[in-house]
Design a protein around this ligand. Structure first.
Ligand SMILES: [Zn+2]
Length: 452
């Protein structure tokens, strides 16, 4: 097994233990592992073509797996008056449309160098998708343990890369636990995004690129999530200071999800108390930035505005930085010396946008309109615990079609044995049958029909 070749040995901040394997948390005392700032070449000596143009800041591997990640462009917002001139770094222009590719390139290079056959992923999606792509490129096998509420559009992408999918039907933390156990049994490579120093070292190239690309950068707006992206960009700034590229840290503004929000809209921002939280708070304070909680629906609104006015289709978690910029611009920042990181593509969140825009209770991809409607009706009957009738269903569906069409669908569901009618007073109530329940549950297993 080939050892990782670090430029500086990772070391525990607390007990000083040095490590070789890319953990983020000390096995001795459970504190954060980090690498001391690295002094790289002069700014003018770097010809930025991809993340690997910054290899003088990165660990080295016997084999490198790259799909040409990094060197993502920065452009300015033009048509949204309140944030005109704001710089946005288009991290969704990476090979799998997310900043995670920077981490995957290092992680899969490590796995390949160490001659593993299989890589295990467990995350809310973008990271699993990214790992799957790089694993395929390296001709290795991949397995993804996915949480129960993962979006259909993400699952489809995993399948395209040939990943074996294990639907844990549990939350993210539980999925990570299952994945870890499986990886131990199978002796597979398991890079948890939140416990991997290569994640941080790969993603820190965003911070280094920001300094190379923008001369006057004073503020950076970053989605918080588990905190690894903030830690990474800060690491990039540390290296930039050590190398004499900048004198002081740009302010870091961390965007989190407002706790009252409907969290499934931005799964990657969902974690309420990530293990890195204390450390992130220190970083924010050190750079004189602050944390901004944003409402999930605000994210959708901003994502759709940025798509319509700027031609950039980003996922809701990414749009959180636009909402934050609007709040900050009044008195705290100058848009022209600020950059917001647009982490991922809207294509990864198609179902969520469709749900919001069509104002449908459920969206079923791949089914005809009639089948979708029958399915929606069955679902409404099931959710209302068998006490609903034609008129109430029509109202639930927003009175979009005629009430007659609802009765027509009810009759056909009845003929198929999926519902039955019961006369109560003057109204005919619908009851879902055992067969109806079984069908509904099967559908729920294969499509994205959990509550959004
Ligand atoms: Zn320690």
């Amino acid at each position: 097994m080939t050892e990782l070749r670090w430029l500086k040995k990772p070391r525990c901040n607390e007990c000083g233990q040095e490590i070789i394997e890319p953990h983020l948390w000390c096995l001795n005392c459970n504190n954060l592992i980090s690498i001391q700032p690295i002094k790289g070449p002069k700014k003018s000596n770097i010809n930025l073509k991809s993340m690997w143009s910054l290899n003088s800041f990165l660990p080295s591997f016997s084999k490198i797996v790259s799909l040409v990640e990094g060197n993502t462009p920065i452009i300015q917002i033009k048509n949204i008056p309140e944030i005109k001139g704001l710089n946005v770094k288009l991290e969704f222009r990476n090979p799998t449309s997310s900043f995670r590719d920077r981490a995957s390139s290092l992680i899969v290079s490590d796995a390949l160098s160490k001659k593993y056959n299989e890589i295990i992923g467990a995350s809310t999606g973008s990271f699993s998708i990214s790992l799957a792509a790089y694993t395929s490129h390296a001709a290795l096998k991949s397995t993804a343990f996915i949480p129960g509420n993962l979006e259909l559009s993400k699952i489809e992408q995993l399948k395209m890369y040939g990943t074996k999918i294990v639907d844990t039907n549990k939350n993210l933390d539980e999925s990570i636990k299952s994945a870890k156990n499986y990886a131990l049994e199978q002796k597979s490579y398991f890079p948890t995004p939140n416990d991997n120093l290569l994640t941080i070292e790969g993603q820190k190239t965003i911070g280094l690129e920001l300094i190379l690309q923008l001369a006057n950068i004073e503020n950076v707006i970053i989605p918080r999530g588990s905190g690894t992206l903030i830690l990474s960009i800060f690491r990039g700034f540390e290296d930039a200071i050590e190398s004499g590229w900048i004198k002081k840290y740009p302010k870091i503004f961390a965007v989190s999800l407002k706790s009252s929000s409907n969290s499934h809209i931005a799964e990657s921002l969902e974690m309420k108390a990530p293990p890195l939280l204390d450390h992130i708070k220190k970083i924010i304070k050190k750079t004189k930035g602050k944390e901004l909680p944003i409402d999930a629906l605000d994210m959708i609104k901003n994502a759709s505005e940025v798509a319509k006015k700027e031609g950039l289709f980003i996922e809701p978690a990414s749009a959180s930085v636009i909402a934050a910029a609007k709040k900050l611009v009044h008195d705290e920042i100058d848009p022209q010396s600020t950059v917001a990181i647009l982490t991922g593509s809207g294509l990864n969140a198609l179902n969520k946008f469709a749900f919001q825009m069509r104002n449908l209770k459920k969206t079923v991809w791949g089914l005809s309109e009639t089948s979708t409607r029958r399915f929606e009706i069955l679902n409404i009957i099931a959710e209302k615990k068998n006490t609903t009738h034609g008129y109430a269903i029509w109202v639930s569906l927003g009175k979009k079609k005629t009430i007659q069409s609802i009765y027509h669908h009810l009759d056909s569901l009845n003929q198929d044995g999926l519902i039955e009618f019961k006369e109560v007073g003057n109204t005919k109530k619908c009851l879902i049958t055992k067969k109806g329940y079984e069908l509904l549950n099967k559908m729920r297993e294969i499509i994205d029909l959990r509550e959004i």
